[in-house]
Ligand binder design. Structure first.
Ligand SMILES: C[S@@+](CC[C@H](N)C(=O)[O-])C[C@H]1O[C@@H](n2cnc3c(N)ncnc32)[C@H](O)[C@@H]1O
Length: 282
């Protein structure tokens, strides 16, 4: 994308503010123009609808705003989503990074791009009251929604939501046991900075589990389409460069724990993946 990183982030933040507002308006019964996961801009009339084509195992990101969708489309949630229904309705992820994650009681968990906070609540159930969960997001509307959902769950004591960029995390060095993220890294125009921050904040031996979209070859026109970027398509990098970026930051034992390929007509082949790894022990 030829736009500056600052412009890309500002556009993405606007996009997710609109999407959340649509979801909340729909919930309030005011409109049924609700957005869905990582939705492209409403102006993107050519935007593809992955929901229709991804199949049951595919990602739900980049659904067309015009499509009549439910707003919760993080895959792989069970009763957790029912327990936290409002956060689940505003979930815009492309997987469940906490599925099979052995987060321990007492752990410090960090969620990169926490959105309205479903994964914060799921993590907080695992860490228990002796643990701590930190969510970072750049979009004010998302931060407000996350704080409301945390309060509704009664988790204010163990969950903190911080305003910030995943490229410059407002989190201390070597302070986190487990980093999760759900369909956010693909949106970053500076992924190397994100990987470096992931390494910095993890304690030695700390682990990460990131749900994201990867794609090897995409049409150049799609790569330059802002709506496709905001819809979690154009910013997707290949699995190889993703692994190399993480390894280049110093992370090890990088692996794909889950994968669900999907295809979008005229856009290409994508995979919804959960990427795992850890920071080496000191
Ligand atoms: C597709 S939504 C996913 C939200 C959440 N993880 C979920 O599963 O519902 C992307 C979120 O990442 C946030 N985001 C995108 N780029 C970011 C960045 N560079 N720094 C901080 N937050 C970012 C957006 O504000 C939005 O809340």
């Amino acid at each position: 994308m030829s736009d500056s990183p600052e412009n890309v982030r500002a556009r993405v933040a606007r996009r997710y503010t609109q999407t959340l507002q649509s979801i909340e308006a729909k919930r309030a019964g005011e409109t049924n123009q609700a957005g869905a996961c990582c939705s492209p801009s409403p102006a993107a009339d050519a935007a593809p609808d992955t929901r229709a084509q991804a199949g049951s195992g595919g990602a739900c990101c980049a659904t067309d705003l015009a499509a009549p969708t439910t707003s919760s489309c993080g895959t792989g949630y069970g009763p957790e989503a029912e327990r936290h229904a409002q956060a689940a309705q505003s979930s815009l992820g492309c997987g469940n990074p906490l599925a099979f994650a052995d987060v321990q009681a007492g752990d410090v968990v960090l969620d990169l791009g926490c959105g309205a906070g479903l994964d914060l609540l799921v993590a907080a159930e695992r860490t228990g009251p002796e643990g701590r969960v930190i969510g970072v997001d750049m979009t004010d509307a998302m931060l407000n929604a996350a704080r409301a959902n945390v309060a509704q769950a009664g988790f204010e004591e163990r969950v903190e939501v911080r305003q910030g960029l995943i490229e410059a995390l407002p989190v201390d060095d070597s302070s986190v046991d487990f980093v999760v993220s759900n369909c956010v890294v693909n949106l970053s125009p500076e992924k190397e900075r994100v990987f470096a921050e992931l390494f910095r904040v993890l304690r030695p031996g700390g682990r990460f589990r990131i749900a994201d979209i990867v794609a090897d070859e995409l049409p150049p026109k799609l790569r330059e389409d802002p709506a496709a970027w905001d819809g979690c398509l154009a910013g997707a990098i290949g699995e190889g460069p993703y692994r190399e970026g993480l390894a280049g930051a110093g992370l090890v034992d990088i692996d794909i724990a889950e994968r669900a390929p999907f295809e979008i007509e005229d856009a290409g082949l994508f995979e919804s993946v959960v990427i795992v790894g850890r920071k080496p022990a000191a």
